[in-house]
Each structure stands twice: as structure tokens, then as C-alpha cells.
Design a protein. Sequence first.
Length: 256
Amino acid sequence: MLANYHSHTVRCNHASGTEREYIESAIKNGFKILGFSDHTPQPYPPQYESHIRMGMDEVENYTDTLVKLREEYKNDIQIFIGYEVEYTHKYFDKLIPHLKQYPLDYIIQGQHFVPDEFNGFYSGAMMDDEEKLAAYADLTIEGMHTGLFSYLAHPDLIYYDGPDEIFQKHMKRVIQTAINLKLPLEVNMLGFRDGRNYPSDRFFSLASEMGASFVIGCDAHNPLDMKQPEDVPEFMDFLNKNNITYGDNVIELRPV
């Protein structure tokens, strides 16, 4: 695996380590391409302070830091500057122009909240509500159709614990949209290492059967997370069981 496009920084308030340490770890573990995609800031109302993402005023420092390191390490590894972005109805159109004021190579889509963090529910909380599952699928699909995302991160983060037929009814829509738009679905290594509800067999067996394409994401929140798939216990077994192939893991990054 030559590339990882899913890496965070301390600015998200739940990661550790310096950007330099992430880069050094990536080089040590054989990566030739490293994408930073920290949790994007959001232009929320001033009375709301998010504790899981950088502030709008940190974008300049984030990009300046990575631009300097990209130049410093240009002979050792290719560095891309991106964000893991929540697609929302209220904030997306305000956010993108702000991000584009600074160097920006790509964004990946990660729907943690529906319809948004300020006024919605967390997708990763266990539930059996079909309306919430449908809302997640609807919002995710709408975001995919913007054409701005390079891939869909942890597509099965939604923790629906209800019947398989209901799960498939809505997740098939997400998978088919990804196929139609030639958008890779991420197999999230952090979720697997931590024993989270994702990546799940019932999603990826279905996605593989339907003919989706895949990308592996380290989702690194610590420099030590910059691992190759074979270095994560049982991860290769999960990939093989679900007929997931990823090659060198290099994908085409879509312009924002």
C-alpha cells in the first residue's frame, strides 16, 4: 500500500503527535503518498463550540504548516493537503469557499452527524430507527452528488442495529451511488483496530457483491496508526473474507 489519504492532526482535539511525526512514520512504513485530511472546521453559530474539529481560524496555520513540510520532504514522500468534510445543507456552501482560500488538494466525505453536528444526531450511536438510517443515506448520497469528494470515508459508520433487509434497503442506495459516480468506499483501519461497529461484514460483503471500488484509510489520529494492512491483526482476514482488493491504494484526487 503506497498511499494513505486519511490522517489527522492535534487541531481536531482528539488526535496526538506532530505533522512531522506522521510524515516520518509514513515514510518508515513504506508510504510514498500521504494525505492529511483533518476534521474540517464548520461555520457554526458563534455560540456553539465544537470540540472535535479545528476552528475556522486554524485553517491558515494548518495549510501553512503542511505546505512547508511538503517542500521539506518532497524527495521522500508526496504530501497532499485535504480535509474530512461533513456534507450539510446549512454550512457546506459557506465552508468550501473558505477552505479554497488556502492550498487545498482534496476532500473526503465523512458523515458523522445528520443533518449536522449543531442540530442533529451522531451516526455512530447504536439505534434501530429506519428513519435515521434513511436520513443518513439521503444526506450521504446528496453529498456524493456534489462531485467534490475523492472518496467516502467509513461509509458504514451509521450504527443501525435493526433487520438486515432494512439495512440493505438503504445502504444499497449509498453503494450504488458510489458505483455510478466511480467513488471509492473506504475500509477504515481505525474502526477495525478499535473494534467499532465499522467496518462491518454486512456492509462490505454487500458492497463487494455489488461491484464497488475500495480504498484503505488509516484514519490516523496518532503517528503509530500509520500502518500497512498486514500489520493490523486480522485485518487482512476481513479484507479477504469480503473480497476486497485495493492494489497500491493510489486513487485519483478530485479537484474541489
